[in-house]
Design a binder for this molecule. Structure first.
Ligand code: FAD
Length: 416
C-alpha cells in the first residue's frame, strides 16, 4: 500500500488497507486476517500502528449520539476530534480537554493516552465512559467504566482489538480565553512551578532550553466573574500581539489569544480547527515524569541544552492528572509532560534521545506511546505496575496474536 505516517518518517509495511463501511465488514476482515491493526489518523511517529493488514474506520457512519441525561456522547471510533467538536457544538456540549491539534482520531489518541494540559485534567483517555471492540474472534465486546478490566481496555495500544465505537463524557459547552506570557526566568519557573501550572485551566510552557523560557500559554475557562487582569506572570510579560509556539513563526494558524473568549474547541488546541497542517516537517518525543520529579527533570535537561538544541524546534511542558488506566502514562501519578518538537532529522534525533533517556531514567520517565523513544520492554516493565495484567488481557482477548506487531513486542511485551 506504501503509505507513510503524518510526519513521513515511517512507511507502513502493510500490504493491504481495508476501508469497511459497515461493522459486519470489520468483523469479517478481522476474523480472516492473520495479522491486522487499526490505522487511525497516522499521527504517531513510529510503527505502532503497523501490521500486515491495516483497517481504516473512517468509512463507517459517524452516528454521533449525545445523551444529555447521562452526560455522554457515543460515536464511530474513526472520528477525529475536530469532527466530533463540530457535532458537539450543535448540541451545546463540550469535552473536558483536547490535545494540541484537532486533526487526531479519537480512538488513536485514546489508545496511546494522548493528553492536553491542566493540573486537574486527566489525559484524553480518562474521558472514555464506554467502548465497543471487535476482538480477533470477530466478537463485539462492549465495556463500560466500572466493568472488570475496563481500566485495562482503554489505553489499549491497538493490541486488544478494533475499537469501533467510543462513548466519552461531555459537559455543558464553555468558553475559554488564552493569554501568552513571554520571557519567564528559569528560576521563576522552578520556584513557582505549582503556581504557574495552576495559573489557568490548561497551561503550556514553551522553551528552547536557552537562557529564558520563551512563552507560557495560559488558557482559562470564562466564568461569570470578571477576568483577573494580569500584566505579568512571575516576571513574564503578557504578549500584546498573537504568538506561534515557535518564536518567529507566523501565528496565523494558531488559535486566537489576547484574552478574546471563544468556544472551548476553538481555544484549547494551540492550532485552529479549520487549518490542516501541511506535510509535518517535524518529529516528536515526549516523556511523562512524576510531578514530584519535575524540577530535577527540568534541571537535567537544561544540562543537556547543547545536545538537544541543535536538533530541536521547541519543547513544551504540560501537566496531566493521575488516573487508573493500566497502560496510561499517568497511571496513579500526577505527571509533568516534557515534549520535544524536533527537526525532521531522524539520525540526529536518535542520538539526542540516547542522552535524554539516560538523563531522565532516574526520574521514572514514561515515554509517550505515540511518539519517538528508544526504551525497550525491559526498561518499560518496571514503570507499569499493571503490565502483567495488561499482558494477560492481550492474551485472553487476542489468543492468536492477530493484533500483535513488532512495535508491541519490542517496547511493551518483550516477545520476539
Ligand atoms: C502534529 C501532532 C500533534 C500532536 N499533539 C499531541 C498532543 O498535544 N498531546 C499528545 O499527547 N499527543 C500528541 N500527538 C501524538 C498523537 O496524539 C498520538 O500519536 C496518537 O496516538 C495519534 O492518533 P492517530 O489516530 O493518528 O493514531 P495512529 O498513529 O494511526 O495509531 C496509534 C495507535 O492507535 C491504534 N488505533 C487507532 N485507532 C484504533 C481503533 N479504532 N481501535 C484500536 N486501535 C486503534 C493504532 O493501532 C496504533 O496502535 C501529536 C501528534 C502529532 C503528529
Amino acid at each position: 500500500m506504501s503509505q507513510a505516517n503524518w510526519a513521513g518518517n515511517y512507511t507502513y509495511r502493510a500490504n493491504r488497507l481495508h476501508r469497511p463501511s459497515r461493522l459486519e465488514q470489520v468483523q469479517e476482515i478481522v476474523v480472516n486476517a492473520s495479522r491486522v491493526r487499526v490505522l487511525g489518523s497516522r499521527h504517531s511517529f513510529s510503527g505502532i500502528a503497523d501490521s500486515s493488514e491495516l483497517l481504516s474506520l473512517d468509512g463507517l457512519p459517524a452516528e454521533v449520539v449525545v445523551d444529555h441525561a447521562a452526560g455522554t456522547v457515543s460515536f464511530s471510533a474513526g472520528l477525529r476530534y475536530g469532527e466530533l467538536a463540530e457535532a458537539l457544538r450543535a448540541e451545546g456540549v463540550a469535552l473536558a480537554n483536547l490535545a494540541s491539534l484537532p486533526h487526531i482520531s479519537v480512538a488513536g489518541a485514546v489508545a496511546t493516552a494522548t493528553h492536553g494540559s491542566g493540573d486537574a485534567n486527566g489525559n484524553l483517555a480518562t474521558a472514555v465512559a464506554g467502548l465497543e471492540i471487535v476482538t480477533s474472534s470477530g466478537e463485539l465486546l462492549t465495556a463500560s467504566r466500572g466493568d472488570a478490566d475496563f481500566d485495562g481496555l482503554v489505553v489499549g495500544l491497538g493490541a486488544l482489538g478494533a475499537v469501533t465505537r467510543i462513548t466519552l463524557d461531555v459537559e455543558p459547552a464553555y468558553q475559554v480565553r488564552q493569554r501568552v506570557f513571554e520571557g519567564l526566568a528559569w528560576s521563576a519557573l522552578l520556584e513557582h512551578f505549582d503556581e504557574i501550572t495552576s495559573a489557568g485551566y490548561s497551561v503550556s510552557v514553551f522553551t528552547r532550553w536557552s537562557e529564558a523560557i520563551d512563552q507560557v500559554w495560559v488558557k482559562g475557562r470564562v466564568t461569570d466573574a470578571p477576568e483577573r487582569a494580569r500584566g505579568d506572570l512571575f516576571g513574564a510579560i503578557a504578549a500584546t500581539v498573537e504568538r506561534h509556539p515557535i518564536l518567529g513563526l507566523d501565528p496565523v494558524n494558531c488559535s486566537p489569544q489576547l484574552g478574546v473568549p471563544g468556544l472551548w474547541s476553538d481555544r484549547l488546541p494551540h492550532f485552529r480547527m479549520g487549518f490542516t497542517p501541511s506535510s509535518g516537517q517535524e518529529l516528536q518525543s515526549e516523556y511523562l515524569v512524576p510531578r514530584r520529579h519535575a524540577a530535577a527533570a527540568i534541571q537535567a535537561l537544561r544540562g543537556l541544552a547543547e545536545v538537544v538544541r541543535p536538533v530541536l524546534q521547541v519543547s513544551e511542558l504540560r501537566t496531566v492528572a493521575a488516573d487508573r488506566l493500566w497502560m496510561s502514562t499517568q497511571y496513579r501519578q500526577d505527571t509533568t509532560a516534557i515534549h520535544f518538537t524536533w527537526k525532521p532529522e531522524p539520525d540526529a534525533v536518535q542520538r539526542a534521545l540516547v542522552e535524554v533517556e539516560a538523563a531522565l531514567q532516574p526520574m521514572e520517565a514514561r515515554p509517550h506511546w505515540g511518539k519517538l523513544f528508544l526504551a525497550g520492554a525491559e526498561a518499560i516493565a518496571p514503570l507499569y505496575q499493571r503490565l502483567p495484567d495488561f499482558t494477560r488481557l492481550v492474551d485472553r482477548l487476542d489468543p492468536r496474536g492477530a493484533f500483535g506487531n513488532a512495535w508491541l513486542d519490542t517496547h511493551v511485551l518483550g516477545r520476539r
